[in-house]
Write a protein of this length. Structure first.
Length: 433
């Protein structure tokens, strides 16, 4: 799930987080209700920066957004951004200068307000406002531990500031690093969203919380400095996600049983979780979820377009880790699919209410390749719906892949159907007869 970027004023490059959990710089940070932002130490008259490496570059960014970007030069950009970033994916000093000037031109000078979450030593997500206070923007930033230069910077429209409230919300240690969890509502079963950040699920989760307990979390590494969770070693696999979520729910003491609602790769991880922990999962909603054989079957369907001598290299390229600029998490998806397939062969899903939502609008440039991919995807979605008897398969006619964003009401309806089935003790999403 992708968050809304600010027109052409987007600076977005990935950072490598391969070490232990990063320390929280704002140990005494607190939420300031008057500004709807976190502040370091106290809710003083002027927001402060933490005593941390990220602050050195954040001071410079703050000056640029306050007006200095009008005279920003490529030489100055090169002095503040890491070399890998400047040589990275569709980024150069020229483009960064243009993006920062475009931000200033569109919004005018911006005022630093505070943070979306307590800042870490190398990462933070400061909040800025326009001078008239009518617009809020957040600027996720990350710096390298070795040089202290910026290796990730973006300007996006501000998402909700999430303040952990209630018994099952906050930061929980899952073995030397912390994951951020947000649970709302009451009642059983507990709906658990898989994939995306807590901010991505915020509005849908609030709606569902009127009916039952709902939980979302920030997976380690996902979305880089936009995530409220600590980092983790990379590359990652689906099994890492399953283990993290299992530990998180256990440490937080979130009551089961669970209805897993997994979007995209989260569908694959939800299948793996349900197979490994069948006693905890009472139902599932797969929202354009990835099938355990998606990459293999897609390649087999496309390889007639490739010379045979290139098949091995082409499949390796298909399964290669995506650039950090595209995937902070560095998810080894083909390995994850193989593991999930083996796990499901070893322990198939038990009978449970299952709803499968599939996109109705193709993505990508029209042509034979897209047509083949769509046919494979549709076939695999039908196979997901055939995993258990009585599953419901719904096509989101007005949505591409990101169904939770384009048709949240449909997702809400299907989740509530599964919740209702679990409460009635049914083993299928569709009522008998």
């Amino acid at each position: 799930m992708r968050r809304l970027a600010v027109a052409s004023a987007v600076l977005s490059l990935g950072a490598v987080l391969v070490g232990p959990a990063e320390a929280t710089a704002g140990q005494d940070a607190r939420y300031c209700q008057g500004r709807n932002a976190y502040e370091v130490t106290t809710c003083g008259a002027r927001p402060r920066l933490p005593d941390a490496p990220v602050s050195d570059q954040l001071r410079w960014v703050r000056r640029q957004l306050a007006g200095d970007a009008a005279t920003l030069s490529e030489r100055e950009v090169r002095a503040h951004f890491s070399r890998p970033m400047l040589a990275g994916f569709q980024t150069s000093a020229t483009e960064l200068v243009a993006a920062m000037k475009a931000t200033l031109h569109r919004f005018g000078p911006l005022h630093f307000l505070g943070f979306s979450y307590p800042p870490r030593s190398l990462q933070a997500m400061p909040i800025f406002t326009t001078r008239d206070g009518s617009r809020r923007l957040e600027v996720p930033i990350s710096v390298t531990g070795r040089t202290g230069r910026i290796n990730s910077l973006a300007v996006t429209l501000a998402s909700p500031v999430i303040v952990p409230r209630g018994r099952y919300s906050g930061w929980y240690d899952v073995g030397g690093r912390r994951l951020f969890l947000r649970c709302t509502g009451h009642g059983s079963p507990t709906v658990v969203f898989e994939n995306g950040l807590t901010t991505d699920w915020y509005r849908l989760q609030n709606r569902l919380a009127r009916t039952t307990r709902t939980c979302s979390y920030d997976p380690a590494r996902q979305a880089g400095p936009s995530s409220r969770s600590d980092g983790a070693s990379a590359p990652r696999t689906g099994l890492d996600r399953v283990r993290d979520l299992h530990r998180l729910l256990g440490v937080a003491g979130v009551p089961g049983p669970y209805v897993l609602a997994g979007h995209s790769n989260g569908g694959l991880f939800s299948l793996d979780y349900a197979s490994r922990h069948p006693g905890q999962v009472a139902g599932m909603v797969l929202i354009d979820g990835v099938h355990p054989r998606y990459h293999r079957r897609t390649f087999d369907a496309l390889k007639h377009l490739i010379p045979p001598e290139q098949w091995t290299a082409a499949y390796q390229q298909l399964c290669a880790l995506r650039p950090l600029q595209e995937d902070w998490e560095q998810m080894d998806i083909c390995r994850s699919e193989r593991r999930a397939q083996a796990q499901l062969a070893k322990r198939p899903l038990p009978a449970m209410p299952l709803a499968v939502l599939s996109h109705g609008i193709p993505e990508g440039a029209p042509g034979p390749e897209r047509d083949i991919r769509e046919r494979v995807w549709s076939r695999l979605q039908r196979e997901l719906a055939a995993l258990v008897p009585g599953a419901e398969h719904v096509i989101a006619r007005r949505s591409p892949h990101d169904i939770p964003r384009t048709q949240p009401g449909l997702v809400q309806t299907e989740v509530l159907k599964v919740v209702s089935a679990v409460r009635q003790g049914r083993s299928t999403a569709q009522p008998a007869g």
